[in-house]
Write a protein that binds this ligand. Structure first.
Ligand code: NDP
Length: 445
């Protein structure tokens, strides 16, 4: 690594001990920026790298709430407002027991570059809590969300910081959070949260956007190689928001999705996933994926091993960070995978990414491939600001166009910096230079 980049990375390690996911996300970006700092010494002169790695603000707070048995529970809440050079902080909230500052910082750091890639005026941030929503009643979820927002509200706003959903935070949670914000502030400020319901300020296609956008990106990769999705065999991990709508768009474009998963195991369904049943099990009934196999003849449930052992031509990791390692990558490569696109954030380990590159597999990093979610959140903000509501088709076209632009700009930058076809380098370079140029213009702040 370039000496100045290495120095910045050493500082990140020193200042953020024990935050391995954050270290990993920073290293992945800095590793690709050598040619950029060589061409643009002004970035290093203004300490842009060091500044971009240090969040502008980090908020940690207590979230007390009372469960259905009357017992008082305490969780920890986070909001990391990482970079606002391009616009208000924007990024989701994650409710999962694994959440700690290192996870929130890795996600916030990724979000800076992803948001820049969309070409829309949004900065990067992320938040969440170590609260585990699994098995909790609606009333418990509501009380938790209300307590969480009772602290968070003072830090957010349509021109300041605009949270959305992520793992464990969907339409139900955004509803309770928005309700509490409205109650505390006495303001119907639609632009303060995205992912809202369609009846109260939400955007069409926001629910589908991350999954659809990932598939649009895969479609672009295939088209650039004279191929398409028709008849392609696909394995998807996860069965949450991103996975379900990736599966929906894959099927619309003629692909056959043969596997998906949750944290309890995976299902194989060679006839193609029955999407209506999957939505019923996961969205309506909030059950485990094993119930899908119980109710679908020909499908099998596997509770040990990896979904990546299922032979496929396209793999879409859509669950969580570091879920696909070098062993999984080896299995996928042996089985002839052609394209891997990250619907989730950083689901592939660095070793897996290297294995795909060595084997000539097209690899799309999350900050490019899953940017459709936040892009559509920015479209939701546009609709809120103009008190407008766009139709499904129009919004989906905007999303497809944004994904096409991201694909094109990644390839162009990769070419320009001598790494043709390298989406990882392309995405990092485009995202970084946009934020760095804005930071230069805004002075030392
Ligand atoms: P959901 O909570 O809707 O779904 C998450 C899915 O991943 C579930 O099937 C869940 O299984 C599985 N999962 C979560 N944690 C683990 C784990 N530790 N091991 C195995 N499986 C796990 O979240 P989303 O679909 O919204 O998010 C999925 C990924 O996509 C995340 O990385 C998120 O950051 C990223 N993303 C999401 C965006 C969005 O708009 N929602 C935008 C951009 C990126 P189980 O239910 O068993 O826990």
């Amino acid at each position: 690594m370039d000496e100045k980049l290495q120095h910045a990375y050493d500082e990140v390690l020193r200042r953020n001990p024990g935050e391995s996911e954050f270290h990993q996300a920073v290293l992945e970006v800095l590793d690709t920026l050598g040619p950029v700092v060589a061409k643009h010494p002004e970035y290093a002169d203004a300490a842009i790298i060091e500044r971009i790695c240090e969040p502008e603000r980090q908020i940690i707070f207590r979230v007390p709430w009372v469960d259905d048995q009357g017992q008082t529970r305490i969780n920890r809440g986070f909001r990391v407002e990482f970079n606002s050079a391009l616009g208000p902080y924007k990024g989701g909230l994650r409710f999962h027991p694994s959440v700690y500052l290192g996870i929130v910082k890795f996600l916030g750091f990724e979000q800076i570059f992803k948001n820049a890639l969309t070409g829309l005026p949004i900065g990067g941030g992320k938040g969440g809590s170590d609260f585990d929503p699994k098995g909790r009643s609606d009333a418990e979820i509501m009380r938790f969300c209300q307590s969480f927002m009772t602290e968070l509200y003072r830090h957010i706003g349509e021109y300041t910081d605009v949270p959305a959903g992520d793992i464990g935070v969907g339409g139900r949670e955004i509803g309770y959070l928005f309700g509490q914000y409205k109650r505390i502030t006495n303001r119907y400020e639609s632009g303060v949260l995205t992912g809202k319901g369609l009846g109260w300020g939400g955007s069409r296609v926001r629910t589908e956007a991350t999954g659809y956008g990932t598939v649009f990106f895969v479609d672009e990769i295939l088209r650039s190689r004279g191929d398409d999705l028709e008849g392609k065999k696909v394995a998807v991990s996860g069965s949450g928001n991103v996975a379900i709508y990736a599966i929906e768009k894959l099927q619309q474009l003629g692909a056959v999705v043969v596997a998906c998963s949750d944290s309890g195991g995976y299902v194989v369904d060679e006839a193609g996933i029955d999407l209506a049943l999957l939505k019923d099990v996961k969205e309506a009934r909030r059950q485990r994926i094993s119930h899908y196999a119980d109710e679908r003849s020909g499908a099998t449930f596997v509770d040990d091993g990896s979904v990546w052992s299922v032979p496929c031509e396209i793999a879409l990791p859509c669950a969580t960070q570091n879920e696909l390692d070098d062993t999984d990558a080896g299995a996928l490569i042996r089985n002839g995978v052609q394209v891997v696109a990250e619907g989730a954030n950083m689901p592939c380990t660095p070793e897996a990414v290297r294995a795909f590159a060595d084997a000539g597999v097209a690899f799309a990093p999350g900050k490019a491939a899953n940017a459709g979610g936040v892009a559509t959140s920015a479209l939701e903000m546009q609709q809120n600001a103009s008190r407008d509501s766009w139709g499904f088709e129009h919004t989906e076209q905007r999303l497809a166009e944004i994904m096409r632009n991201i694909h094109r700009s990644c390839l162009t930058a990769a070419d320009e910096y001598g790494q043709p076809g390298n989406y990882v380098a392309g995405a990092n370079i485009v995202g970084f230079t946009q934020v760095a140029d804005a930071m230069l213009a805004l002075g030392v702040i």
